[in-house]
Ligand binder design. Structure first.
Ligand code: ATP
Ligand code: MG
Length: 475
């Protein structure tokens, strides 16, 4: 009863969050279909209808409604049979409200057991139905949000896929070191999962409830990186307007990931060494030492040993960091894991497949097994994601598998090209425009000329894509 009163009290809020949702009304009785649809529309919902049980599944895959209201008794295929069919098609988090006849509670119970979310007994008041629909949508949104939060907080080993012995070795190392405070160096080529492993270490350590702070060392200039790491006092350099905490301070009682540490300048390396030795530092422009309790994880895709030999990396810092090393294997050296990873990514991106359960053919999998993955797992992930989009709900075949080269490997070339343009005095506006044009061309090529898909891939509206195509005169 209290539940009921509370939901009534929340109604205005709920009405706002549920407006515009799409509801499928499935009933063989034409008069019920039109009554429900016009009522729901007057309440701000969008609707569509299915005249029989057989029409429901095609309507779901085509229109992806938010809620289904379905009669149990329909000739040909009953509502209960539709529920079974939905389960077989793995359409499971779509709430279905069943309409059952008065006095048939056993059927209502059976419907819930077969996966229906709730039911209403005929005859019902439209207002009661409305409340049930709104509550259903609210619950579903809430469940989704909880799941999303869950997935970001919990980052245990079961997100890292791989069964080969080299990966087993990685898991054992993580297991042994996670609960210590030892400094860790994670090495591996681009896209092998260094960041994933760093996260797993933090979230399996006693610091898991503390902050997890990442610093991308490669993308910042020396001055900015130092102020990012250690913070700064107002006025300590030109753009330092306000006093600011650094990432080391933010990571107190938690973990800091120094990503791409091989790119750090020798100067900054020296300051970092002191933090590792003395666990204290000063903000840029200050003399007051600050103490922190932070676990340091560093990651690199370079061979720091070589960098040390060539004088690009401090030897003393290397030994401090390299207390425990986790070496991630290249994907080409653990090809037996490819099918598992493919399955994982099919699940990860299943919402981009119209049926919600993407499938892959033997031949396509063979094609994936016959490639050397310079971009490692990240590249495989991109290929599978793209294949799901290209296949549009049908089985993924070799033609959907497109190799476009390592996503990360060419970064340094691009960086060099940009540095060269800057040196030549090309204005920023033109550099950005050229890069934008290249990105659009790449997207169009990868989507085999399909503009909607290219726009989706780039995360822009199709109209903006058209405008850019004509602006840059892209053929
Ligand atoms: N073993 C794995 N299991 C599942 N997903 C993985 C695995 N390894 C990498 N990935 C996925 O591949 C992508 C790249 O991984 P990550 O960012 O950890 O790589 P990285 O080694 O840090 O690469 P880079 O050096 O380019 O920064 C991510 O989306 C990650 O989830
Ligand atoms: Mg990384």
């Amino acid at each position: 009863m209290t539940d009921e009163i509370q939901s009534r009290g929340r109604e205005p809020d709920s009405a706002k969050s549920t407006a515009g949702k799409l509801i499928l009304v499935a009933d063989d009785d034409q008069s019920i279909r039109s009554l429900l649809q016009s009522f729901l529309q007057s309440e701000g919902f969008k609707t569509l209808e299915a005249k029989s049980g057989r029409d429901v599944l095609p309507a779901l895959t085509k229109h992806r409604p938010d809620v289904v209201i379905m009669d149990v008794r329909m000739p040909g295929m009953t509502g209960l049979e539709v529920l079974d069919q939905m389960k077989r098609a793995h359409i499971e988090d779509l709430p279905v409200l069943m309409m059952t006849a008065y006095g048939t509670s056993n059927i209502a119970i059976e419907a819930i057991q077969r996966g229906a979310y709730d039911y209403v007994t005929k005859p019902f008041e439209l207002d009661d139905l409305l409340m049930t629909v709104r509550r259903t949508i609210d619950h579903r949104e809430l469940a989704r949000r909880v799941r999303a939060v869950d997935e970001t907080i919990r980052d245990p080993l079961d997100n890292i896929i791989g069964n080969t012995s080299s990966m087993q070795h990685v898991y054992k190392t993580i297991g042994r070191i996670a609960r210590t405070d030892a400094t860790i160096l994670i090495c591996g080529d681009s896209g092998t999962g260094k960041e994933l492993v760093a996260g797993a270490i933090h979230f399996n350590s006693h610091r898991r409830n503390g902050p997890y702070v990442k610093v991308p060392c490669a993308s910042l200039t020396e001055t900015l990186l130092e102020s990012e790491l250690f913070g700064h006092e107002a006025g300590s350099f030109t753009s330092a307007v306000k006093t600011r905490k650094g990432r080391f301070e933010m990571a107190d009682k938690g973990t800091i990931l120094l990503d791409e540490i091989g790119e750090m300048s020798l100067n900054t390396q020296k300051k970092l060494l002191r933090v590792l030795q003395e666990r204290e530092f000063e903000r840029v422009g200050s003399n007051t030492p600050i103490k922190v309790d932070t676990r340091v994880i560093a990651a690199t895709n370079r061979s720091l040993g070589e960098d040390v030999a060539e004088g690009r990396f401090r030897e003393d810092l290397y030994y401090r960091l390299n207390v425990i090393a986790v070496e991630l294997p290249a994907l080409r050296d653990r090809m037996d894991d490819v099918p598992l990873l493919v399955e994982h990514f099919l699940q990860k991106y299943r919402s981009d497949c119209p049926t919600g359960s993407p499938r892959i053919s033997e031949e396509a999998l063979e094609k994936l097994m016959d490639y050397d993955y310079p971009g490692n797992v990240r590249e495989l992930e991109n290929i599978v994601h793209r294949a799901i989009i290209l296949a549009r709900g049908s089985v993924i075949t070799p033609q959907h598998i497109v190799f476009t080269g390592a996503p990360g490997k060419r970064d340094s070339d691009i960086d060099e090209q940009i540095a060269e343009k800057v040196a030549m005095g090309v204005p920023l506006r033109d550099i950005v425009a050229q890069t934008e044009k290249q990105a659009i061309e790449a997207a169009l090529q990868q989507a085999s000329g399909n503009r909607s898909q290219a726009a989706k891939q780039l995360g822009i509206y199709r109209r903006l894509l058209y405008a850019k195509i004509s602006e840059y005169q892209i053929a």
